[in-house]
Design a binder for this molecule. Sequence first.
Ligand code: SAM
Length: 259
Amino acid sequence: MSESHKAQVQAQFGASAHDYVTSPGHAGGADLEQVVAWGRKRGAPRVLDVATGGGHTALAFSAFTPTVISTDLTPSMLAAARGFIQSKATTGNVRFLASDVEALPFRDSTYGVVTCRLAAHHFPAILPALKEVARVLRPGGSLLVEDILGHEDRELAAFILEIEKRRDPSHVRALTHREWEAFLKAAGMTVIDESTLTKSRPWEEWTARMRMAPEAKADLERFVLDAPARWREAFGFTIQDGRIQTFSDRLILIRADRD
Ligand SMILES: C[S@@+](CC[C@H](N)C(=O)[O-])C[C@H]1O[C@@H](n2cnc3c(N)ncnc32)[C@H](O)[C@@H]1O
């Protein structure tokens, strides 16, 4: 992966590590429940959580998995996740390792389940990441992945990408449903189950989490308010007294098994 992009991810998330631990949108919700339900059904002695962020997925899996390994590119994020998980979990069955998803420090066929929640849109190239995940999965093992769903409509995709990139320059792009299926297949995995859902994002909290400068935030709000109504409606922007209140993230969740 490009070193400059890696540094950008680490700068963005390093500064906001604590805010990802306390983010209600990451701490729970129907999306995390779905990933956990798949994980419980699947069951595995060792689960690898890639791009662990504040550690919410790893913590949830640690409740029913003998060993969970949390990995993340950003060392300070991993430290925040460690502090959070150790303050919550009583079992001490989560281990932490800094690593890039494109170079996981594990032997082939090590894991029965790999989780990756709300992170793939930061990966500069999805195929090398998915191939690396497939390499560490046992044959028949499951990748449980969740991410922002990319839009098939080019105007809408460009609109939300502009918003995402202004808020977080390390955002690369969200894949469409068809792209997910194609990349998973190319990486040697088969989609077994999938679902989509929307999640409301409170604008103030969402922009504050990435520490947007006040001027950049005001410019972004203006950009959204000046956009065609059709674009705003597609993402469920709610506006009160000329100020953005919330919008909806469309999420895709997939269980894909290694061939
Ligand atoms: C939004 S957080 C993940 C949230 C978390 N999975 C959860 O369930 O709450 C995104 C994380 O992706 C990590 N990340 C981005 N690019 C990465 C890469 N190439 N390899 C590993 N982690 C990466 C970031 O450091 C950040 O901690």
